[in-house]
Design a protein around this ligand. Structure first.
Ligand SMILES: NC(=O)CC[C@H](N)C(=O)O
Length: 276
């Protein structure tokens, strides 16, 4: 392993399926390459998980399938792993920072007992508006993002029905919500949660960049499916949103970089304190 000061573990939850998430996350992480190094762990195919003594920051990716179901092996280990990181943070001065994305976010919400995860009536895919809650307005993860801001969403499942007493007991906070859908009476899903000062997660894909989205649409079937789902006009509007500097580019350039900057600053401070 390299001798760079901060070590990042990327928990690949894609189950061996082709995806854009890994490339995008690596691209963002590489912007911090003077100070960080990273290693990838294939959680679902190889049941690989990092040694928590060796890594400071963890990014757990999106992934396919039903977040309520694992194979009884990797999912059990994954949950034990999250518990061990949480325990570490309760007992140690130098903290472990974790970002949960999409599939991982759904699993974390379930694991911490914060909400219910159900299948949506239809797939959510595309450029979506994300609304900050009151807590989200001051959360450093969203600093530099407008309210609402824009993100790529790609999912069949949703995190809903928050158990507010458990949120209160754990000190967790809902920091963003789905857009208000005027004509539909569905509950707005939870789009991001601050689990603790060091664990945070988003239902959307903060790593996504316009190229990743367009690559996905090069698959004819995927394109037709989405065009039919949205209708021609909405589909075109979405493509236009992709090119807007203030939308997907902004989120890509802001959210994970905020997470990494906050984590790196904290780690540099506490590591230095302990070495003095
Ligand atoms: N992109 C994702 O990670 C999707 C998460 C989950 N498999 C869903 O369909 O909702």
């Amino acid at each position: 392993m390299s001798s760079k000061i901060i070590k990042i573990a990327l928990l690949d939850m894609y189950n061996g399926e082709p995806n854009q998430g890994m490339r995008c996350i690596i691209d963002v992480v590489n912007r911090f390459s003077p100070v960080v190094s990273f290693e990838i762990f294939d959680v679902r195919v190889k049941c690989e998980l990092p040694d928590i003594n060796k890594f400071d920051i963890y990014i757990s990716t999106g992934g396919p399938g039903n977040p309520l179901i694992g194979d009884g092996n990797w999912d059990v280990k994954y949950y034990e792993f999250i518990d061990s990181l949480n325990k570490w943070n309760n007992e140690n001065a130098i903290k472990k920072h974790v970002l949960f994305i999409c599939h991982s976010f759904q699993m974390a919400c379930l694991h911490f007992g914060l909400a219910t995860v159900t299948k949506r009536n239809d797939t959510s895919f595309g450029v979506m508006t994300i609304h900050k809650t009151k807590e989200g307005l001051t959360d450093p993860l969203f600093e530099g993002l407008a309210d609402p801001f824009y993100a790529i969403d790609s999912r069949d499942y949703q995190v809903i029905q928050p158990k507010l007493s458990i949120f209160a007991k754990k000190g967790a906070k809902i920091i963003s919500l789905e857009k208000i859908r005027d004509h539909i009476q569905y509950e707005r899903a939870i789009m991001a949660v601050r689990f603790t000062d060091y664990f945070v997660g988003t239902q959307f894909h903060p790593e996504a960049d316009p190229i990743s989205f367009v690559s996905h649409l090069r698959n004819k079937e995927a394109k037709e499916k989405i065009r039919n789902m949205k209708g021609k006009r909405k589909f075109r509007n979405m493509l236009e949103d992709l090119l807007d500097d203030d939308k997907i580019y902004r989120t890509n350039e802001t959210l994970i970089p905020n997470f990494l900057r906050i984590a790196i600053n904290d780690l540099m401070k506490t590591k230095k304190m302990l070495s003095n």
